[in-house]
Write a new protein. Structure first.
Length: 143
């Protein structure tokens, strides 16, 4: 087993990624906010409770995150016209601009990391990580 070596490499990669993302997204965006914006771009509109599976956090934490995002004009909240109990969250124009910027920050970093190995090895890495992750293999996009 190579668990100790894997743990060291994984920890280093995760730390480097987190530091790069924090620095690159600051001061207007966080990783969690980028996740919300990406999901919203895909889904168009969602109820606050719909974010919970994507965020792996509590409903209260999602509410606080959405409050900050609304205050910073990254999202809009609107009551449903037919059922006032339902609140819909949508991405704002500023949020869309920040989503694009955030994706570029991530792509730049991961591109630098992955370009250290061949295209074939990139595909192999994605395949192998998919094997040990909870992401279904069908959901992985070919690199």
């Amino acid at each position: 087993m190579h668990t100790a070596d894997f743990a060291k490499v994984w920890s280093k990669l995760a730390k480097d990624y987190k530091l790069h993302m924090e620095a690159g997204l600051a001061p207007t965006l966080t990783e969690s906010q980028l996740t919300v914006l990406e999901v919203l771009q895909e889904q168009q509109r969602m109820k606050p409770s719909d974010f919970i599976p994507y965020m792996a956090t509590s409903p209260a934490a999602v509410t606080m995150l959405l409050d900050r995002m609304e205050k910073n004009e990254l999202i809009k909240r609107e009551r449903d016209v037919h059922d006032r109990r339902i609140v819909w969250v949508t991405i704002s124009p500023k949020g869309e601009d920040e989503r694009i910027r955030g994706v570029c920050v991530r792509e730049e970093y991961l591109g630098q990391v992955l370009n250290r190995i061949s295209s074939h090895n990139q595909q192999l890495l994605v395949y192998l990580l998919g094997k040990i992750s909870t992401v279904p293999q069908e959901a992985l996009v070919e690199v």
